[in-house]
Design a protein around this ligand. Structure first.
Ligand code: SAM
Length: 283
């Protein structure tokens, strides 16, 4: 794909590139090349681009045409109003996962120190957001992927968060004898042969972050059955799952000795998170 390079303006670029990718994507990519905001593009349609800007923009549009997610092209994604660095070794944080953080913040007091564990932290979006908004929480974030750990550590540093510790662990394996007040996880929960894994953005994301066995429940089962040994009595387990996994998750929570069990839907009305409190508590 080649644009005219003679005296090309913001208006020309916007109208030419939208023949290849949606306008929203064109605008975001152009803003990142010119390092300006949307209002600037609207206010300066006649501004010319220099050849290096045109070349860089063409390259980004070509990547988007090939299907690469915008978040990987830009190297960042906003989550809970914080900017997280991302690369293809981590899942792109999803807006629906903000529900998990909302529920965690409801359970964690701002005034009392507590220990929080984020299992499968990826970019660190959940752990770092909680750490940033609950300064007395001591947050441990684990992932089995060394590349993901590097990204989460970079995000903790870049977002200036010191109460989060990122470690490599296969779920609870590296946490023998440790107990927490709240365990949170957005684990992989897609069925291994789900056709969506080879479509859209998911094609570019790590399989390790997405697929979880024949029914998509492998990681959820393991986390729920092991969580009791790592929770203080009265502590909460909050877990994200697929649209049809809420009932199974609640049954697993009950079997594992949790009470006060409930599920919550996301903004799209999909049952997205299930929670339980470790021990025998009245509703
Ligand atoms: C769905 S992604 C969630 C990433 C991030 N928490 C978020 O919500 O954006 C699941 C994460 O679990 C990690 N994971 C997969 N298997 C794991 C295991 N056995 N132990 C620890 N983490 C694992 C993946 O590397 C991935 O980062």
């Amino acid at each position: 794909m080649n644009f005219e390079t003679q005296h090309i303006t913001i208006a020309n670029v916007l109208s030419q590139a939208r023949n290849f990718i949606p306008y929203h994507d064109v605008r975001i990519l152009l803003q990142s090349v010119l390092k300006v905001n949307h209002a600037y593009l609207i206010a300066h349609p006649e501004q010319s681009l220099i050849p290096t800007q045109i070349q860089t923009f063409q390259l980004l549009v070509t990547r988007r045409v090939s299907g690469e997610p915008i978040a990987y092209i830009l190297g960042e994604r906003e989550f809970y109003s914080l900017k997280f660095k991302v690369n293809p070794s981590v899942l792109i944080p999803r807006p629906e996962t903000e529900l998990l953080v909302d529920l965690a913040l409801e359970k964690i007091s701002s005034d009392i120190p507590c220990k929080v564990l984020d299992l499968g932290t990826g970019s660190g979006a959940i752990a770092i957001t909680i750490a940033k908004l609950r300064l007395l929480a001591n947050v441990t974030a684990v992932d089995s992927s060394v590349d993901a750990i590097a990204v989460a550590k970079k995000n903790a540093k870049y977002l200036n968060v010191s109460n989060v510790h990122v470690i490599k662990s296969d779920w609870f394996e590296g946490l023998a004898g440790e107990r927490f007040d709240l365990v949170i996880s957005n684990p992989p929960y897609v069925i291994f042969d789900d056709p969506r894994l080879s479509q859209g953005d998911l094609r570019f994301e790590p399989q390790l972050a997405l697929a979880a066995g024949l029914d998509g429940m492998d990681c959820i089962r393991l986390i729920i059955s092991s969580a009791a040994s790592h929770l203080n009595v009265g502590g909460w387990l909050l877990i994200e799952h697929g649209y049809n996994q809420a009932k199974m998750s609640r049954q697993l929570l009950k079997k594992a000795g949790f009470s006060n069990i409930f599920s919550r839907s996301d903004l799209a009305g999909i049952m997205r998170v299930s929670c339980g409190r470790y021990g025998n508590f009245l509703q």
